[in-house]
Each structure stands twice: as structure tokens, then as C-alpha cells.
Design a protein around this ligand. Structure first.
Ligand code: THU
Length: 144
């Protein structure tokens, strides 16, 4: 996909996502995920996955980044980079956002929101949210 984001920004977001993996709390899956959320005014907010012994209480890296950002007053986002893989190694595959995270992205960003899945600074793929979550449910449906 062509993106309005400059390559230098994409690579920076990937670096921040890889860096965020270091903070992951994943004692059960040993799968560390990092995310770097880019706001319209140029801030980068990092997030990591935070697991729980009650597995359903786990929070994904992407949602950690979104919830941190929104709780700090941010509401306008243009992109997120995601990197995930074994705790003791580099990502071997692209880590695509789970369905719940895609839904949270939809709440706070439009269909053109850019989602970057990365193995490294040189190996990544770029999507837009409307392709990852077609026909998504949004607040508009609740306007009865
Ligand atoms: N995980 C994320 O952080 N983001 C996703 O989009 C998918 C999964 C985390 C949750 C859990 O800590 C680990 O990856 C294994 O599912």
C-alpha cells in the first residue's frame, strides 16, 4: 500500500515498536509484543503486552498504546507499528493485530489509519485499517 508516511517515519515507528517489546510482561506466552502509536501532531506513544494469570485480563500492546495515549488527552492518530515474537529472540513473523485491537483502532481512527507490521526496520508491511477491518462496527450504528 502507498502511504503518506515518509519512509524515515515508518522506520522510526518500527524502531520504537521493537524497543517497546523490551517492556513486555509475558510470563505465560513468552511472546513479546511492542507497539508505537503515531499521533497526528507527531508524538509517539509506546505500548507492550501485559499478561495476567487470569489470561482474559491480558492487554495487547496495541491497546496499551491506545489507552495510554487517550488517557493523556490524545485523540487523533495516523499510524501504529507493531512487532511481536519470542521473548528470547527477534520477530520471525509479522504480528498482525488481533480482532479486539482492530476494533479499538476503529474507535479512535478512520479507515485510512496506517498499520505497520514489522519484523525489523528493513522488513515490514503496511496496511490501512479499512483493509484489516472491512465493514467494521462503529459508533455511527448506535445513532438510532
Ligand atoms: N498480543 C498482542 O499484544 N497484540 C495482538 O494483537 C495479539 C496478541 C499478545 C497478547 C498475549 O500477551 C500474547 O500476544 C499472546 O497472545
Amino acid at each position: 500500500m502507498d502511504t503518506i508516511l515518509e519512509e524515515a517515519i515508518v522506520k522510526k515507528l518500527v524502531r520504537y515498536a521493537l524497543d517497546a517489546r523490551k517492556s513486555a510482561y509475558a510470563p505465560y506466552s513468552h511472546y513479546n509484543v511492542g507497539a508505537a502509536l503515531y499521533t497526528m501532531d507527531g508524538k509517539i506513544i509506546q505500548g507492550c503486552n501485559i499478561e495476567n494469570a487470569s489470561y482474559g485480563a491480558t492487554n495487547c500492546a496495541e491497546r496499551t498504546a491506545f489507552f495510554k495515549a487517550v488517557s493523556e488527552g490524545e485523540r487523533r492518530f495516523c499510524a501504529i507499528a507493531i512487532a511481536g515474537g519470542p521473548a528470547d529472540g527477534e520477530p520471525a513473523d509479522y504480528a498482525y493485530p488481533c480482532g479486539i485491537c482492530r476494533q479499538v483502532m476503529q474507535e479512535f481512527a478512520g479507515g485510512d489509519f496506517v498499520v505497520i507490521v514489522a519484523k525489523s526496520e528493513c522488513d515490514y508491511k503496511i496496511f490501512c485499517l479499512k483493509d484489516l477491518l472491512p465493514s467494521g462496527f462503529g459508533g455511527g450504528q448506535l445513532e438510532l
